[in-house]
Design a binder for this molecule. Structure first.
Ligand code: F6P
Length: 319
């Protein structure tokens, strides 16, 4: 193998740049040529591809977003689109591809590997919603961004004696809510995996007020939905003035944490090593502190485990 490509796809995540940097530098260290594919699978179809060198990835380890840009590409989901991509890969002499993204991006990588292009997936999404790995790149940064927001919201919530619902991202996964809720000392954490009982949420708020608490933070995962209706209902049931803050895309940006930079650097390097070993259709994950690789199909078939113990702890610690 002489030339490899790298792309970022799907929703961006802090740490993607660190992963791209690691792929490019490890590849060059091993004598490979690296092509950067722009805007995810769109770039593979349109040929928006440029050779990268050591300087192309200088000064990016600390930056959020992705210098390769990203997209959710509908055309690549069609056979026609993938055929075009295959032609482009041949034209640019790309013999192996590293795909940094979430489950949708991995589906694309799998299809390419079936067409004979060796592919390796690196998990990059703030959602932490992939069943095969403990952590995805970007999750830790997103949780820390939420924590920072919670601290600020707590200040004003205390001043006014209000309850605040903080809606966080995660799609169908409650991990951002769970981790930020535990770390932020939230009164309630509402996640799609567990559902919730409005009376229980209200009881907690009232109990807190009765023992002199001035602020009340409720973390709501977006997968549960209806933040504003919930806020209204809580206000009516408890008589506590309630506000809603939807954090939105602020969670997708920002400088990656040390954890995400290190994870991304290790995974980027490993992806190149796997391609050099002749592997294909593998994804990289982390369990405990150890990196591993797994068949892409197997990885995609694994259900995400929700950490019930941690969820129960949020309840115990917020009495
Ligand atoms: O998958 C990452 C994510 O930020 C989800 O948490 C969220 O539901 C979605 O992407 C938002 O997508 P978009 O940026 O396309 O609005």
């Amino acid at each position: 193998m002489k030339t490899i490509g790298v792309l970022t796809s799907g929703g961006d995540a802090p740490g993607m740049n660190a992963a791209v940097r690691a792929v490019v530098r490890t590849a060059i260290y091993n004598g490979l040529k690296v092509m950067g594919v722009k805007q995810g699978y769109n770039g593979l179809i349109s040929g928006n591809i440029e050779e990268m060198n050591l300087s192309s990835v200088a000064d990016i380890i600390h930056r959020g977003g992705t210098i390769l840009r990203t997209a959710r590409c509908e055309e690549f989901k069609t056979e026609e689109g993938r055929k075009k991509a295959l032609t482009v890969l041949k034209v640019f002499g790309i013999e192996g591809l590293v795909v940094i993204g979430g489950d949708g991006s991995f589906q694309g990588a799998k299809k390419l590997s079936e067409l004979g292009i060796p592919t390796i997936g690196i998990p990059g999404t703030i959602d932490n919603d992939l069943g095969y790995t403990d952590y995805t790149i970007g999750f830790d940064t997103a949780v820390n961004t939420v924590l920072d927001a919670i601290s600020k919201i707590r200040d004003t919530s205390t001043s006014h004696g209000r309850a605040v619902i903080v809606e966080v991202m995660g799609r169908h996964c409650g991990d951002i809510a769970l981790y930020s809720g535990l770390a932020g000392g939230a009164e309630s954490v509402i996640v799609p995996e567990e559902g919730f009982n409005i009376d229980d949420v209200c009881k907690r708020l009232i109990q807190g007020r009765n023992r002199g608490k001035l602020h009340s933070i409720i973390i709501l995962a977006e997968g549960v939905g209806k933040a504003y209706e919930l806020g209204q209902e809580i206000q009516e049931k408890t008589g506590i003035e309630t506000r809603v803050t939807v954090l939105g895309h602020i969670q997708r940006g920002g400088s990656p944490t040390a954890f995400d930079r290190i994870l991304a650097s290790k995974m980027g390097a490993k992806a190149v090593e796997l391609l050099l070993e002749g592997k294909s259709a593998r994804v990289i994950g982390v369990k405990g502190n150890e990196l591993f690789d797994m068949d892409i199909d197997e990885a995609l078939s694994l259900e995400k485990d929700f950490d019930k113990g941690m969820y129960n702890l949020t309840k115990i610690l917020s009495i």
